[in-house]
Design a protein around this ligand. Sequence first.
Ligand SMILES: [Zn+2]
Length: 568
Amino acid sequence: MTAQRVYLSTTIPYVNSRAHIGHALELVQADVLARHHRRIGDEVRLQSGTDDNSLKNVLAAEAAGISTRALVNRNASEFAGLREHLSLSFDDFIRTSSDPRHRPGVERLWRACAASGDLYRKTYRGLYCVGCEQFYTDAELDAGTCPDHGTPPQLVAEENWFFRLSKYADQLHAEISSGRLRIEPASRRNEVLGFIAGGLADFSVSRSVARARGWGIEVPGDPSQVIYVWWDALGNYITSLNYGSPGERSAEYQRWWAGADQRTHVVGRGVLRFHAVYWPAILLSAGEPLPTEIFVHDYLTVDGRKISKSSAGGVEDGSAAESRDPVALVSTYGPDALRWWLLREVPRVGDTDFTVDKLVARANEDLANGLGNLVNRVVSLVHSYRNGAVRPCARPAGTSRWLAAAAGPDHGAPDHGAPDHGAPDHGAAPEWPADAAELRETIQRTPGAVRTALARFDFRAAAAAVFEIVEQANRYVEIAAPWHLARAERAGDTAAGARLDEVLGALIAACQVLAAEIWPFVPDLAARVAAACHDFDGTLPRPQPVFPRIDTVEASLGARQAKVSEVA
Ligand SMILES: [Zn+2]
C-alpha cells in the first residue's frame, strides 16, 4: 500500500475551565489514529490547541478576579501539559490568542471570503448564549432557555458582519452526500444533510468590540468589530500551516492541507454543525480544499452524570472531581489504564458512563491479568528452560527494527519504518509449530483488522482485534504446556526439547508482535513489553512485571496522600 499523507486534528477547547475526561477521549482517539498511520509508514501531522479568544474566557476571568490573559495562559498550559500526562504525540499545539501564525491566517481567510462577496453588514437582533457562543432562534430554545446550558440567552441587537452561508447550501449538500466530505458515523452525516436541507441562513461573524470586551481579533478594516470566535477558532486548522503568510500559499499549507491525502477532524457531537457546515462553507468561499473526513464522537458521563461545562471549575466533592480529571486519574492509575479504558470501552456510537471502578476492572482484567501475565510468563519460561535465549518464529518484516527502537534506552517508539507485514523478518527464523496455527493466523489477521476498524473510527473494535493476540497466546501456553516438554527433555527426550524451542519461539514472537500492534493504543506499556521481549545481546532481560495489578485500596490511599500533600 502506498504511503498516505495524513493531517489529523482535535478540536481546540475553550479554556474557561480545566481539562476533563471528555477532552481526554478526543485527544486519545486522535492520537491513536496518528500513531497507527505513522506505524504503517504514512506521513502524519497531528495538531491540537486551545481556543483562547472566547467571550467565555473573558467572563471566567472576571469571575475569578484575574486578567483574561492570566486565566487563558494558566488553563491553556494545562491543556498543553496533557501531551505528557496522556502520552500524546501531537506535532503542533496552537493557542489562538498568542500564536503569531494565527491572526494573519484568520485575517487572510476573512479577506478571501470578502473578495468572494460573501461578507456584508446587517443590523441584527438575536438571542445569544455565551456558554455556546452562538445565536438561537426561539424554536431552538428549550422553554426559553439554552438547550445545552439551561440558562436564558441574552438579547443582542447590533450591526454585525454576516457570512453568506445560504449561497453554499447546494455545494455543501453535494460534497457531503457524495462522500467527498465523509462524515462518520452515518447518523451524523444524515443529521447534517437534514440540517442543510432545512435551509441555511446567513450567520453573524462579528460582534462589537464593546460586547467582546475588547478581546479577540479585530475585523480587517473595521476596528469597531471583533471576528466571531467560531470563525477565528475554526481557522486554526490552517492558520497553523502559515496560511496567513503573505504572497503564495506557504509550503506547510501546500504540504499538509492542499496536498494531503486525508484531512481528518476529530470532533464532539456538540460542535458538529460548526465543523460540517460553517467551516466547509468558509473554505468553499475562500477557494480552499475542504476536510476529507470528520469523525464525530459522542460523550462520556462520569458516575452517571453529565460532565457539566459550567461546574467543571466549581466546588464539588473530591472523588467526583478526581474521576473527571484526567491528570488526577493518570497520576493514580497511569496513562495506560486510562487510555485503554477510553479505547476498549467507548463504543463508536452512544454515550458511555465512566467510573473509576470500571477503569480499574478493565485494566486489571486486560492489562495485568491478560497481557501482563502473558509477557511475564513467557519471559520467565524462556529464562527457566533456555537461560533467556530463544529464537523467535517468523514475524512480520521490520519487527526486529521496530522492537530495537521501541525498547531503546529512551523508549523512543519509532515513527516510521514500521513493519509492512509483507515478508518475514529473515529467512532463517524457525517455522511456527503446527499446533500454533490459530495464534499465527490471529497475528497475521491483526494488522488488517486494526486498519479496517480505524478506517471507520471504531476504536473499540481495533483494540479488541489487538487483544485477540493476548487471548490466543495465553490459550497456546495452556495447549502447548511447555513445563511438560521441559520435564520430558530432562528425562532424555530430545524431540520434546526441539518442540520446546518451537513453542517458546512462537510465544516470544507473539509477544513481540503484540508490542508493535498495541503501541498506538498504549504506547508506554508497548515500550515496556518491547523492552521485556527484545533480546539485545541474544538474551532476554530478567522478567519484570510490565503492568502490575492495580490494588484499589493502595491506589485510593495514594491519591488521598497526593491530595493531602497538594494542600499542605
Ligand atoms: Zn448554551
